[in-house]
Write a protein that binds this ligand. Structure first.
Ligand SMILES: C[S@@+](CC[C@H](N)C(=O)[O-])C[C@H]1O[C@@H](n2cnc3c(N)ncnc32)[C@H](O)[C@@H]1O
Length: 304
């Protein structure tokens, strides 16, 4: 638990004020870029290639003029990069903080090419198109050049509001490890906005990590260590603006999506025996809520 507490204190400290948050973001981008540029493709990123490709194919999302919106695109624009490597479709990238790392992005694009080469369901024609694209990516020196090359637009909106996007604009809105970071008070409205910007018949794909993110620093801590604490203790000692997690549980996620008017099409959630004591305030949670650590949710906006 010592590592867990150290991680929590670290994030709390850097969340202190706008200056400390800026310092964290600036140095985080430099350090992240440095290590990712040197490293290889993590296994989890490989699995994400299969995840997004399988969904796009199964839900027949690759058509002429398909428009996609990625929420919380982070530093690698990973799902969007996979999609853009395989299909020539328009993507909008959305984020609330600028986490972009050009050197790391270029290295990951290069590694992606090698991975796609080994996937039997990537066609020869696709590979022939990808090779020059990856080469061109290696030559860009700014993100503006990159976005022009890939026909992407990047939207940075600190408030997190999706209101600037028109109604019925996208065929797909997707995110990976993002929705758990949206402030709890904003979330029901945020999901309604996802529905609003989707075209009728459009889909929403989200992978939501509802585990306690401090356990990344302390493998011995329970995946749901945050359930040990009362809401007050969590807010006072652990909640912070840099690594904010909303601690919303599976049944509430399903409820929010349902209330927005989106229809659940597929759920592939992951459960663990989380083995932790649970504070009285969370005693009403059912077993599924307690043991669910990851949600993979697919919803559709039905035609009126
Ligand atoms: C853990 S990172 C994941 C980044 C990326 N999806 C990936 O998997 O590499 C979480 C991302 O969510 C973004 N984020 C947080 N709140 C958001 C919001 N309200 N709307 C969109 N993105 C948000 C953060 O800025 C960050 O880029």
């Amino acid at each position: 638990m010592l590592r867990y507490l150290a991680a929590a204190s670290f994030y709390k400290l850097f969340s202190l004020n706008p200056l400390t948050r800026k310092i964290y973001q600036f140095s985080g981008n430099i350090i992240g870029n440095f290590y990712r540029k040197k490293g290889s493709l993590p296994q989890s990123y490989l699995q994400r290639v299969y995840w997004i490709k399988d969904l796009l194919d199964r839900y027949h999302l690759i058509r002429e003029n398909t428009k996609l919106l990625e929420l919380g695109t982070g530093w690698a624009h990973w799902e969007s990069l996979v999609i853009r490597a395989l299909y020539d479709i328009e993507v909008t990238l959305f984020d609330v903080t600028d986490k972009r790392q050009l050197g790391a992005f270029k290295k990951f694009a290069f590694n992606l090419f090698r991975v796609l080469h080994q996937m039997e369901y990537v066609t020869k024609e696709q590979l022939q198109k990808i090779a020059p694209m990856i080469e061109e990516i290696q030559k860009v020196s700014t993100f503006s050049q990159l976005y022009k090359l890939l026909n992407w637009s990047y939207v940075l909106e600190k408030s997190g509001s999706l209101r600037q996007f028109p109604d019925n604009a996208f065929d797909l809105v997707y995110s990976y490890n993002v929705l758990e970071h949206v402030y709890q008070s904003l979330l029901p409205e945020y999901i309604c906005q996802i529905r609003r910007v989707l075209k009728p018949g459009g889909y929403s794909f989200h992978k939501i990590d509802i585990s306690d993110h401090f356990t990344n620093y302390d493998p011995k801590a329970s995946e749901k260590a945050y359930l040990r604490f009362s809401n007050k203790v969590w807010k006072t000692f652990f909640e912070n603006d840099i690594l904010y997690i909303n601690r919303i549980q599976r049944s509430t996620w399903l409820q929010y999506f349902e209330q927005s008017g989106l229809k659940l099409i597929e759920e592939n959630s992951r459960y663990f025996d989380i083995q932790t004591s649970i504070h009285n305030q969370h005693k009403d949670l059912n077993d599924d809520d307690i043991n669910c650590v990851t949600l993979y949710l697919i919803h559709q906006k039905k035609h009126e």
